[in-house]
Design a binder for this molecule. Structure first.
Ligand SMILES: NC(=O)c1ccc[n+]([C@@H]2O[C@H](COP(=O)([O-])OP(=O)(O)OC[C@H]3O[C@@H](n4cnc5c(N)ncnc54)[C@H](OP(=O)(O)O)[C@@H]3O)[C@@H](O)[C@H]2O)c1
Length: 256
């Protein structure tokens, strides 16, 4: 019998009820991990994902928490400790944004800045810090942070969002250096992905499909495959761009 890739691993995925987080949770579970699915509001979607995992013979637990609140983060980690006694893989996937045209500087209020940074940057930092004692007990601890190509291009739903994801890439590197060799930290920078995030619709996705060098936008499953690789790969401080070639190669419409 072959051992599954994440056999005997415990993973915590934030924002796991929907989109990429859900795809990552399902793939980790299929790969043998016991998965804790965090959600904030999507309780029915998270319960359905957990049910899907259990129906396939896997182990899934649901944990409601708002990752922008440090007290809730500490409680979240305490529950993982109480129920599993270990944590091998942490995926900081939960994210929040509001679409604000970049030139409209006055529309980017302090409130939007706060919520964006609190959810996308401080939340992952607080969660890594809270989970560190558990991660350090794992012989193969890994953190995967979901950033965005917006962090590399400046092009995304708001300037605050770009800053939060660029900050996430930066702390991934700082922490990868600081916590080596016990904990590996890497990030994924997805391009535009069909999840409805930020209120993007087919009007945005269809032209992006046409522009992508690979002829279609990357999918949540593509991101999950990268997250599976980073869960076990002997690399740290890296960023994997998953965007069908757009960031590296530019749009097909350039015709070069
Ligand atoms: N889709 C894209 O084009 C794209 C591109 C680059 C990067 N990303 C990043 O990819 C990640 C996943 O997004 P997605 O595209 O899969 O969209 P999504 O389906 O809307 O997922 C976002 C998730 O974040 C969770 N979340 C938001 N605020 C939270 C909080 N305070 N506490 C806990 N969970 C919270 C949501 O949970 P609830 O629904 O339970 O509230 C939701 O499950 C995000 O970090 C996003 O920034 C997305």
């Amino acid at each position: 019998m072959t051992l599954m890739r994440l056999e005997n691993h415990v993973a915590l995925v934030t924002g796991a009820g929907t989109g990429m987080g859900r795809a990552i949770a399902l793939l980790y579970a299929r790969s043998g991990a016991r998965v804790f699915l965090n959600y904030r509001t999507s309780s029915a979607a998270a319960a359905e994902a957990a049910e899907q995992i259990r129906a396939a013979g896997g182990r899934a637990d649901l944990l409601q928490a708002d990752v922008s609140d440090e007290a809730q983060i500490r409680d979240l980690v305490a529950r993982v400790r109480a129920e599993a006694g270990r944590l091998d893989i942490l995926v900081n996937n939960a994210g929040w944004t509001r679409r604000i045209p970049h030139a409209r500087l006055d529309d980017l209020t302090g409130e939007v800045w706060q919520r964006t940074l609190q959810t996308n940057l401080l939340g992952p930092f607080y969660l890594i810090r809270a989970a560190l004692p558990l991660l350090r007990q794992s012989p193969h601890a890994a953190v995967v942070n979901i950033a965005s190509t917006g962090a590399l291009t400046g092009m995304a739903s708001s300037i605050a969002y770009v800053a939060s994801k660029a900050g996430l890439l930066a702390i991934t590197q700082s922490l990868a250096r600081a916590l080596a060799p016990e904990v590996r930290l890497n990030s994924i920078a997805p391009g535009l992905i069909r999840t409805g995030f930020a209120g993007w619709t087919e009007e945005n996705y269809a032209p992006a499909d046409a522009a992508a060098p690979l002829g279609r936008l990357a999918s949540v499953e593509d991101v999950a495959e990268a997250a599976l690789y980073l869960a076990t790969a002997n690399v740290t401080g890296e960023t994997i761009v998953v965007d069908s070639g757009l960031y590296r190669l530019g749009p097909r419409s350039w015709g070069i």
